[in-house]
Design a protein around this ligand. Structure first.
Ligand code: FAD
Ligand code: PYC
Length: 424
C-alpha cells in the first residue's frame, strides 16, 4: 500500500480531505484502544456515556483500579452525552445540590488540563430570564439561595439583560416582556463529544477496557449478589458492577430485579444553520420552556421541554418542537430568518424530586448512577467521581450521601424541579 503522506508534506485541500476520509486515517493514532472483553474484571461499568466513562477514569486515576471495563451497547457518547445542549451551571437551590453541581463546575474548569484534551469549556454565563413580577421574586430567592451556598449569582434589571443579549425582544408590544433576570457568570457550555472522548482516552491510557457494541442483556448472580453480566458478546464476570445507562436505568434495574422511581421521556433539541456570533450567553426562559446558545461552529442551539408522555423513542414530538420554535421567534425575532439544520432527541430518566441517585442498589454487588433527567451533562465529572468512590471504597462520597435511593423511603427528597433549566 502506498504510504500516507505526512501532515508536513500534505496539502489539505477539500479534495484530499475527502480522499483521506475514504481511505481511512492511516497516520492518525486512535484516542483509545478498542478492547476485546476479558472473562473477569474488578469492576464493570455498564454504559459508555460521560458518566460511565468518567467513572472508569476516576476508578483508575483516584483509586488505582484499572482492571475495569466500560460496556457500551452502541458507540461511546452516542446516548444523551452526544445529544445534549451542553449547558454547565451550578445554580441549584438546595445546599446538597449546590455542593454537588459546583464541584462538577470546578472540575470542568480544569478538565481540559486534567485530560490533556480540549473540551472547549466556555464560561460565557448562563442567563435566566424573568417575564413577570413573580418570575423576578422567584429568581431573587433563587439567586439569594445560591449566594448563601457560596455560588456566584447576579440579579439583573431589564437594561442589563439587554446589554448582554441585545437581540432579545425588548419591544413595547412583546408578548413575553423581559423584566430582568439573573446570571451565573461561571456557567456556560462545553463540547459534549470531547468530554466523552477525553475521559475515554484518559481511562484507556490507564488500562481500562472500552468495549463498544456490547449490550448487557442480563445479570449473573450468586444468590442475590451480582457477580457479572451477560452480554451480546458472552458472559463477563466482575467483583462489582455499576449502571450508568441514562434513558434505560429502569430497564436494567428490572433485569437486575429491583425497581427505580424513574420515568423516561424524550427530550429534544435542534440547531440552525451556522452564522456569525449572534448570542453572547446561554439564555434560558424557564417560564416559556425554551433556551438558546450558539455553538463555536456558529449554529444556534435551541431546546425546550420534555415531551409530555413517557417514551423510549429517540425522537421528539412535533408539538414541543412547534412550541419551542414559536418561543424562539418571539424572544429573538431575528432568528426567524434562520433555517433549522437538525432536530433530534434523547431519552432522559426523570426522578420525582428531579435529583440524581448515586450509590448502592438493593442488589448486593450492583451500584447505580441515574436520574439526572434533563441536566446530567454538567454533572459528568461529579457523577463519575462519586460513583468511582463508592465502588472503590464501599462508602458513599460525602457529596453523594444525600442522593441515595434510600431517600424515597426516608422522605428526605431534594426537590430541584424549579432549578432545572428545563423543568422536569
Ligand atoms: P448517556 O450519555 O445516555 O449514556 C448512557 C449509555 O448507556 C448510552 O450510550 C447507551 O447506549 C448505554 N446503554 C444503555 N443500555 C445499555 C445496555 N443494556 N448495555 C450497555 N450499554 C447500554 N444536561 C445538562 O447538564 N445540560 C444540558 O444542556 C442538557 N441538555 C440536554 C438536551 C437534550 C436534548 C438531552 C436529551 C439531554 C440533555 N441533558 C443536559 C441531559 C444530559 O444529556 C444527560 O443527563 C447526560 O448526558 C447523561 O449522561 P450519561 O452518561 O448518564 O448517559
Ligand atoms: O441542565 O441546564 C440544564 C438544561 C437546560 C436545558 C436542558 N438541560
Amino acid at each position: 500500500m502506498k504510504p500516507h503522506p505526512t501532515p508536513a508534506r500534505k496539502r489539505y485541500s477539500a479534495r484530499n480531505l475527502f480522499a483521506a476520509a475514504r481511505t481511512g486515517h492511516s497516520d492518525w493514532a486512535p484516542a483509545w484502544r478498542e478492547a476485546e472483553p476479558k472473562p473477569h474484571y474488578d469492576v464493570i461499568v455498564i454504559g459508555g456515556g460521560g458518566h460511565g466513562l468518567a467513572t472508569a477514569y476516576y476508578l483508575a486515576k483516584n483509586h488505582g483500579i484499572t482492571n475495569v471495563a466500560v460496556l457500551e451497547a452502541g458507540w461511546i457518547g452516542g446516548g444523551n452525552t452526544g445529544r445534549n445542549t451542553t449547558i454547565v451551571r451550578s445554580n441549584y437551590l438546595y445546599p446538597e445540590s449546590a455542593r454537588l453541581y459546583d464541584f462538577s463546575v470546578q472540575q470542568y474548569e480544569q478538565l481540559s488540563n486534567a485530560l490533556n484534551f480540549n473540551i472547549m469549556f466556555s464560561q460565557r454565563g448562563v442567563l435566566t430570564l424573568a417575564h413577570s413580577r413573580h418570575d423576578l421574586d422567584a429568581q431573587s430567592r433563587w439567586a439569594n439561595a445560591m449566594l448563601c451556598n457560596g455560588i456566584d449569582a447576579e440579579l439583573l434589571d431589564a437594561r442589563q439583560v439587554q446589554a448582554l443579549e441585545p437581540r432579545l425582544n425588548f419591544s413595547a408590544d412583546a408578548r413575553f416582556p423581559i423584566l430582568g433576570g439573573f446570571i451565573q457568570r461561571r456557567g456556560g457550555s462545553a463540547r459534549h463529544d470531547a468530554v466523552a472522548w477525553g475521559y475515554a482516552r484518559g481511562a484507556s491510557a490507564m488500562g481500562v477496557d472500552i468495549v463498544q457494541n456490547c449490550a448487557v442483556t442480563g445479570f449473573l448472580k450468586k444468590g442475590n449478589t451480582v457477580v457479572g453480566v451477560s452480554t451480546k458478546r458472552g458472559e463477563i464476570r466482575a467483583d462489582k458492577v455499576a449502571l450508568a445507562v441514562a434513558g434505560h436505568s429502569s430497564v436494567l434495574a428490572g433485569l437486575a430485579g429491583f425497581q427505580l422511581p424513574v420515568t423516561s421521556y424524550a427530550l429534544q433539541a435542534m440547531v440552525s444553520e451556522p452564522v456569525k456570533p449572534v448570542l453572547n450567553t446561554v439564555t434560558l426562559s424557564p417560564s416559556l420552556g425554551a433556551y438558546w446558545s450558539q455553538s463555536d461552529k456558529g449554529e444556534v442551539v435551541i431546546g425546550g421541554a420534555l415531551d409530555h408522555f413517557p417514551s423510549y423513542a429517540q425522537r421528539g414530538s412535533f408539538e414541543v418542537m412547534q412550541h419551542v420554535v414559536a418561543a424562539s421567534v418571539e424572544m429573538f425575532p431575528s432568528l426567524g430568518r434562520l433555517r433549522l439544520l437538525r432536530q433530534w432527541a434523547g431519552i432522559v430518566d426523570v426522578v420525582q424530586d428531579s435529583s440524581p441517585i448515586i450509590g448502592a442498589t438493593p442488589v448486593p454487588g450492583l451500584f447505580i448512577n441515574c436520574g439526572w433527567g434533563t441536566g446530567g451533562f454538567k454533572a459528568i465529572p461529579v457523577g463519575g467521581w462519586t460513583l468511582a468512590h463508592v465502588l472503590a471504597t464501599g462508602r458513599n462520597h460525602e457529596l453523594a450521601e444525600p442522593f441515595q435511593l434510600q431517600r424515597f423511603h426516608t422522605g428526605r427528597l431534594i426537590d430541584e424541579a424549579a432549578a432545572a433549566g428545563i423543568a422536569h
